[in-house]
Structure formats: structure tokens, C-alpha cells
Write a protein that binds this ligand. Structure first.
Ligand code: NI
Length: 180
């Protein structure tokens, strides 16, 4: 017998113009969430996110009409030293907590090379299901809350450009780097 190790495939990331990025994605049933195929997809999403240096990736960004996102950032990141634990969320729903907002730069694997300033809720309660298909609720604040909002938007067919107060801050990363 030959042992065969199948590595998760790095998927092609869909970019703006692909219709799946503008779809409201299909909600998943617990038995679908627990399936081997789904766990395979999650592994592929995680390795794709790493490969493209993303902090989060949504189902439609790998071409799937499925309401799921993965997020994660290793500790020690220059801008966000606390990082974000690797998290998988199915069928996410967001409820803002309080009425504070924060503005910060966002980018997106599906909108390559660009950054823009986006106003987001500072704190929120995320409801969704985990890999075991069981529902959970969790409070997020600051940068992880921003990522949760960005990824949940994807599952509703929105990108960060739709959330900008106008496009005047939109900038190429290469040009931002030149100017520090
Ligand atoms: Ni994105």
C-alpha cells in the first residue's frame, strides 16, 4: 500500500468583476458544515489566505457560493501584534455593540493593490456556527471586529469599497509605501 499525502490546494482568488463576489451566499446546514468536503474546503481557504498574505477569506473569494469565512493573523504582526486566532465561521450574523466607530485602512484580496479608509463599528457580537456545526456567539473589538465586518460583508455580496465614505482615500499600496 502506498501512503499518499494530499496537501490542501491553493485556490485561485476571485477578483472584482466575478459575479460570485456580488452574491448573497447560501447559508449552510449543520450536516453540511460537519462534512469532510467542507473541512477540506476550509483547509484550502486557510492555505490560500496564507499564500496571498490575507487576514481573512470568504467563501466567494475562492468561487464558492457558501456562507463561510476564515480569519487569522499570527502574533507579532507589525501593525497588529496581538494577531487573530485562526477562526472559521459559518452563517455569520453581526450585531453592533455600542455606537462607537473607528476608521482605518482596509484592503482585500479581491481588490488587489489598493487600500482605502473604512469606518466600522468598534465592537460587535458575532453569531454563527463553528466547524462542529454548533451555534456560538462571541464579542469582538478593534481590529478583529473590523475583519469580521469585512468578511461578513463579502458573504452578503459587499466589498469594502461599498463601505467607504467616498473614494478620495483610495490609494495604491505601492504609492503609499513610497510616501511612508
Ligand atoms: Ni476582502
Amino acid at each position: 500500500m502506498t501512503a499518499r499525502i494530499v496537501r490542501p490546494a491553493i485556490r485561485k482568488v476571485t477578483v472584482l468583476g466575478h459575479p460570485v463576489l456580488r452574491k448573497v451566499l447560501r447559508k449552510l446546514r449543520p450536516e453540511e458544515i460537519r462534512s469532510e468536503e467542507m473541512h477540506r474546503l476550509i483547509e484550502e481557504m486557510a492555505v490560500t489566505m496564507d499564500e496571498y498574505d490575507g487576514v481573512g477569506i470568504a467563501g466567494n473569494q475562492v468561487g464558492e457560493d457558501l456562507s463561510v469565512f476564515v480569519m487569522g493573523l499570527p502574533k507579532g504582526n507589525k501593525r497588529h501584534p496581538d494577531g487573530i486566532n485562526l477562526t472559521v465561521v459559518f452563517n455569520p450574523v453581526i450585531k453592533p455593540v455600542g455606537d462607537e466607530f473607528e476608521e482605518d485602512w482596509e484592503g482585500c484580496l479581491s481588490v488587489p493593490e489598493l487600500r482605502g479608509m473604512v469606518r466600522r463599528h468598534k465592537k460587535l457580537e458575532l453569531s454563527g456556527s463553528g466547524l462542529d456545526g454548533k451555534p456560538f456567539k462571541k464579542i469582538y473589538e478593534g481590529f478583529p471586529a473590523r475583519v469580521v465586518q469585512h468578511e461578513t460583508d463579502h458573504l452578503n455580496g459587499l466589498v469594502y469599497l461599498d463601505r467607504m465614505d467616498g473614494l478620495k482615500t483610495l490609494a495604491y499600496m505601492s504609492e503609499m509605501g513610497r510616501r511612508g
